[in-house]
Ligand binder design. Structure first.
Ligand code: HEM
Length: 298
């Protein structure tokens, strides 16, 4: 099978970087930079043993279509969801760079090397640095990732396209959320647990998961089988400025993302995710991460 890009399957190190770019100039220069990324990674990993620097490059639907490489089935754009105070914007983007490692400085250094030769050709829509927080908690202080597929086999089963022209590729969903922690922290722990659907200290699923809790909205079965995605989200931000969760996940198709989003934003049965009263998405986009071989062939 074709090789998946390195940031997708392995458990990530404690630091990450997510950059969404729009191509405003010469497309060929951008593609050359994208193609050289994995070579740069190999050199840096050799020079900096133990950094476990991994990255993946993914492309938005219209940019990918312009490369004339064919389109993986059903590659569609993120659309705005929800109404009133609970909404998800669609903010787009042509290129997504996702990096993780055990060193924040190397993530930063890699981005500088990546962007410098093509700075005139792109506009950065979002550049966010994530970090592992406490024992893998989101800033709501609930453990995030408990139900994520664990083994490489399970992750590859969920995240990668298995056969055909796009084998080894993966779809990516990104949303940056800004939390309202003062409002969240006014809730008792018991009330917070009802909003999430799991216990706070040890992330055990509640006996009676409320339908409008986060887990109640995204733990969805179709024909008796749970819908799965591989999440690589991490908290980001500063104490006195914006902070929250950079949600990113990979899947072999967009269906699971779409069903989860429609359920969270009240579009499947009118119930929306109560967690969204305390956090707000400010970006939202879908991308496709081709296999390493396909990226090389662009
Ligand atoms: C589970 C937090 C956004 C999909 C969880 C859990 C937490 C959490 C605490 C329970 C522990 C776990 O299994 O990981 C958050 C926060 C979010 C967010 C703070 C944004 C601010 C999303 C989005 C999606 C999503 C946008 C998908 C569209 C899932 C899935 C699970 C999960 C699939 C596992 C459910 C299960 O099988 O029990 N999330 N999440 N989450 N979340 Fe989220």
């Amino acid at each position: 099978m074709a090789t998946s890009q390195p940031a997708i399957l392995p458990d990530a190190g404690p630091f990450s970087l997510y950059v969404v770019m729009k191509v405003v100039g010469n497309k060929d220069t951008v593609i050359e930079q994208c193609k050289s990324l994995h070579q740069t990674l190999a050199v840096l990993n050799e020079q900096q043993p133990g950094a476990d620097l991994r990255a993946s490059i993914a492309f938005g639907q219209s940019f990918w279509s312009s490369l004339e490489k064919g389109c993986p089935a059903d590659f569609f754009d993120f659309r705005e969801l929800g109404k009133g105070d609970i909404t998800a914007p669609a903010t787009g983007g042509d290129v997504l760079l996702h990096v993780n490692s055990s060193r924040h400085d190397l993530n930063f250094y890699l981005l500088r090397r990546f962007i410098e030769p093509m700075a005139k050709e792109i506009e950065v829509l979002d550049e966010t640095y994530g970090f592992k927080y406490l024992d893998s908690r989101d800033m709501t202080e609930f453990v995030d990732g408990t139900e994520n597929p664990k083994t490489i086999e399970a992750r590859s089963d969920v995240a990668l396209i298995k056969e055909g022209d796009f084998a080894g590729g993966s779809f990516v969903m990104v949303q940056r959320f800004i939390h309202n922690l003062p409002a969240w922290n006014r809730l008792s722990i018991q009330a917070q647990e009802k909003v999430i659907g799991r216990t706070k200290p040890d992330s055990i699923e509640l006996d009676d998961v409320p339908a409008a809790s986060h887990v109640g909205r995204v733990d969805i079965k179709e024909e008796g089988k749970g819908l799965k995605i591989v999440r690589h989200s991490l908290p980001y931000g500063s104490v006195t400025g914006e902070h929250g969760l950079l949600f990113i996940a990979y899947c072999s198709g967009q269906h699971n993302f779409n069903v989860m989003l429609e359920s969270m934003y009240g579009e499947s049965d009118g119930k929306s995710d109560q967690m969204l009263r305390f956090t707000k998405a400010v970006t939202g986009a879908y991308f496709f991460a081709p296999s390493v071989e396909m990226l090389d062939s662009l």
